[in-house]
Design a protein around this ligand. Structure first.
Ligand SMILES: [Zn+2]
Length: 351
């Protein structure tokens, strides 16, 4: 009899523990640039909208420092449900003027990815004194490269190896400069414009960095830590109603993604995007992939998905977003995004 009770208790405990297993191996990273009324709309939120976002986070989510979230996920430690991280790219001084006071009011930690050689040297950038003040009040600083260049842009004469060595040298130089000024090195790198290729992310990872990109999606222990997705929250993406869906999203557990290199040199016609998905908490037939607002045709074979891509003929940044409802978490969606980057016919990369 005692044995039977033990088994029942154990079963109940296991069931309780497994209910939120997906929600606890999950976080969402938001990406901001400007917080200002007078900067380009596409990369800006007004201070009022930013406050609205922060109030929504305070009421519905748990905001944690980036380092704490990365360490938890990499060590398979559970996170609070609905964990969110706040990040900024580019180190504009309006972060100090307009965002920092609001973040301080909410006592929210945040991370700013900066180009260290530009700090204090350009009039719209933060200066090191502001960086230190912010760092003393819950902000951390990380690497966004030496200059804000398109990293995939290559010198026609140099070899592929030269380009990789050069690019990594610049990233390491920026990291050193950060460390000299703020006293620590996180080895977190945000790709300028969110652009990367297979080789660069592999090299970055080999050298101990974690990479952050700009395609959308949540992150989990099974994410690709050499190019973690973040949700842009500016311009059209600042609408709180659409942002709520993203803040509640879960990282879709995908493997064997092909094409596995987001850089495309030539226009894409009649291509497929294929991937495998773990099906514990989602039904593959409920996965929908979107490109330019269109639902893509898909075919399924067990847990292998193949979608017909729309032609990609314009230079620039493209992405395919795939979503599927969670079975255990009502109203929440798994999210997977595959970016594609294409230069102009002359080999230039668009801002
Ligand atoms: Zn940037």
């Amino acid at each position: 009899m005692r044995k039977a009770w033990c088994i029942i208790l154990l079963t109940i405990t296991c069931a309780i523990l497994s209910i939120n297993i997906w929600a606890k191996d999950n976080a969402v990273i938001l990406l901001y640039h400007h917080v200002s009324n007078s900067t380009p709309k596409v990369t800006s939120v007004s201070p009022d909208t930013f406050r609205q976002h922060m109030q929504y986070l305070a009421d519905n989510h748990k905001v944690l420092p980036l380092q704490q979230v990365i360490q938890a996920l990499q060590n398979n430690r559970p996170l609070p449900e609905k964990t969110v991280v706040i990040t900024f790219d580019d180190g504009y001084n309006n972060i100090y003027d307009n965002a920092h006071p609001i973040l301080k009011e909410f006592a929210f930690p945040y991370t700013v990815f900066v180009n260290p050689p530009l700090i204090g040297k350009v009039n719209y950038q933060l200066n090191w004194q502001q960086v230190k003040l912010m760092a003393a009040e819950n902000a951390s600083f990380a690497n966004h490269g030496k200059q804000h260049n398109h990293l995939l842009s290559k010198n026609a004469e140099g070899s592929q190896q030269d380009w990789l060595r050069h690019t990594m040298q610049d990233i390491n130089d920026a990291e050193k400069m950060l460390e000299q000024n703020i006293g620590y090195s996180l080895k977190y790198f945000a790709y300028p414009y969110g652009e990367f290729d297979k080789q660069l992310k592999a090299r970055l990872s080999e050298q101990g960095y974690i990479g952050f990109a700009q395609h959308s999606g949540a992150i989990a222990s099974y994410s690709d830590f050499s190019a973690l997705p973040r949700y842009p929250a500016a311009g059209v993406y600042s609408n709180i109603e659409t942002l709520k869906v993203k803040l509640n999203s879960l990282a879709m557990p995908v493997t064997a993604v092909f094409p596995d290199d987001p850089k495309i040199e030539l226009p894409v016609q009649n291509e497929n995007l294929t991937f495998n998905v773990k099906i514990e908490d989602l039904a593959p037939q409920q996965i929908n992939c979107f490109q330019n607002g269109q639902v893509l045709n898909k075919s399924l074979k067990g847990n292998a998905i193949s979608v017909d891509l729309e032609p990609i003929s314009q230079p620039g940044r493209h992405r395919v977003n795939c979503t599927a409802p969670s079975i255990s978490e009502k109203g929440r969606y798994y999210w997977f995004s595959q970016p594609f980057f294409m230069p102009t016919a002359e080999g230039k990369w668009l801002d």
